[in-house]
Structures are given as structure tokens and as C-alpha cells.
Ligand binder design. Structure first.
Ligand code: SAM
Length: 253
């Protein structure tokens, strides 16, 4: 990697070290699996038909989301800055031999060198909150997009019902109990990053994902309410928010 925007190692070092146990730590038990299914359901409904859609996934990790995208028929380029995470993702596809394997790329979001002409989606799930330079990441992605491409990403939301956790995380500058960059954002900050990068926000989808299944488990009734009621009417009150955005037709390219 050679760009001046190459990532801070604390953004991803934890993932290098824990790639082999990443899924079992976060998506184990039914609380963890529920969080996973909620994210996958939101992505599934973004379009009527994923068949043949071209997708660049950034920060694909172990291929948790990549697997669903390929099952739906999307043509995926799955990228990550961590060799170990990519290795875990490759292993997932070699054990599911009926799945069409995506193309894998070792690449930082700050160094995207793929021509995105013809791509339908750029997808980045559970990554923005880990980046020490989120504004630059959004700018880099936007600079590579065409007007027919949509960018879909999640961010940890500071105006959510879990804001005390968010405030703690922000005060530490890293995750609670884990040594990795972490930051929760006010929706207005994310909106500003998008508009500064020339992107127009189309939709927000709130959901309850937080990467700690045990906390999820203790607070299941709260999260159930979050999913059934809060997500529908007040997406900005959910702990994690999907943003779908695009370049406006008038954007200069
Ligand atoms: C919390 S994990 C999410 C993985 C996957 N998207 C998921 O939701 O299961 C964050 C991922 O972002 C990757 N990452 C961190 N910094 C990155 C960067 N600058 N460019 C690309 N990926 C990065 C990490 O290596 C890690 O795999």
C-alpha cells in the first residue's frame, strides 16, 4: 500500500490477530445470529433482484456478508486490508463449494484502485466506525463511483438508545474491551461527510447490531422493540444505521 491515506494499523490489527475466531466471537448464539440476520435482511431488500449485480465490498472480513451477496447471485469483488481476514473469507468459500467464489482483493479503502464503472453497489458493513479517517474513506469511495452506483454502509449511531456506550467508546477512542479504533457518530456528522463527498443520501435503515452478543442477550427485549418499532419510525435511534447514497445526476464526473 502506498497512498498517503494508507490506514492506521490500529484500525485493523485486532482483525489480523483474531480472524480465526472473529465470527464465533460476534455472531455466535442466537443473539449474535439475530444481529447477523437483521443486517442481511436489510441488504437483501435493497433491490428486487441481486442476480448479476456488480458489487465491491470493502472490509469484507471473513466474508460474512459476501456469502449472502454471492448466494443471491451478485458478482462480488471482496476486499479487505487484512490478509488474515481475507484468508478466512477464502476458507469460507472453499468449504461451501457450491457458492460461486467472489474475487478477493487485498486493498485499503483509502487506496481503492478499481474502476467502478459498471458497478451497481459499493458495500461497507461494520467498517466505518473502525476507521480513524472516515471522512477520507467516504471521499475516496465517492471519487471512484459512477452515477449508476450506490454506496451502502453502516455506522454506529450516537443518537441511539445505546448512546451511553457510544460516549464511553468515543472517550476511549477504541472499542470497549478490545484494542481497535472505534467511534460512534452523530447522524449529522455522517450526512456532512457524505455531502462534502458529493453524495446524496437516499435512505437510512436502523437496526440493532452491536458487536457484543452478550450485551445483546441481556437486553433482548430492548432490541426486539428496537427492531419492531424504533427501526421503523426512528432509524436514528438505532445503535447501527445503514446509509444508502448515490451521486446525484448533476454530479460532474
Ligand atoms: C468489524 S470488521 C467487519 C467485517 C465484515 N464487514 C463484517 O461485517 O462481518 C471490520 C473489517 O474492516 C477491515 N478494515 C479495517 N481498516 C480497513 C481499511 N482501511 N480498508 C479496508 N478494510 C479495512 C478490517 O480488516 C476488518 O476485516
Amino acid at each position: 500500500m502506498n497512498s498517503e491515506l494508507t490506514s492506521d494499523r490500529t484500525d485493523y490489527l485486532l482483525y489480523e490477530k483474531t480472524a480465526a475466531i472473529y465470527d464465533s466471537q460476534r455472531f455466535c448464539g442466537w443473539a449474535g445470529r439475530w444481529g447477523h440476520h437483521r443486517q442481511v435482511a436489510i441488504l437483501k431488500n435493497l433491490t428486487d433482484n441481486w442476480q448479476g449485480k456488480k458489487v465491491l465490498e470493502i472490509g469484507c472480513g471473513t466474508g460474512r456478508i459476501t456469502e449472502s451477496l454471492t448466494r443471491w447471485g451478485a458478482e462480488v469483488t471482496a476486499s479487505d486490508i487484512s490478509k488474515q481476514m481475507l484468508q478466512a473469507a477464502r476458507a469460507r468459500f472453499s468449504t461451501h463449494q457450491k457458492l460461486p467464489a467472489p474475487q478477493f482483493r487485498l486493498m485499503s479503502v483509502f487506496d481503492i484502485d478499481i474502476n467502478l464503472q459498471g458497478y451497481d453497489y459499493v458495500i461497507m458493513v461494520n467498517v466505518l466506525g473502525r476507521l480513524s479517517k472516515p471522512r477520507q474513506a467516504i471521499q475516496r469511495i465517492s471519487s471512484k463511483m459512477s452515477k449508476t452506483c450506490k454506496f451502502v454502509f453502516t455506522f454506529p449511531c450516537l443518537t441511539s438508545i445505546l448512546f451511553p456506550f457510544g460516549l464511553l467508546v468515543n472517550a476511549r477512542g477504541k472499542s470497549l474491551g478490545r484494542d481497535v479504533t472505534s467511534h460512534w457518530y452523530m447522524p449529522g456528522t455522517i450526512e456532512k461527510y457524505c455531502s462534502d463527498a458529493g453524495l446524496r443520501i437516499l435512505r437510512l435503515f436502523g437496526h440493532h447490531y452491536v458487536p457484543v452478543p452478550r450485551i445483546l442477550f441481556l437486553t433482548l427485549p430492548l432490541f426486539w422493540a428496537c427492531d419492531q418499532i424504533i427501526a421503523k419510525f426512528f432509524p436514528r435511534r438505532c445503535p447501527s444505521v445503514f446509509v444508502e447514497c448515490e451521486l446525484p445526476a448533476t454530479a460532474e464526473r
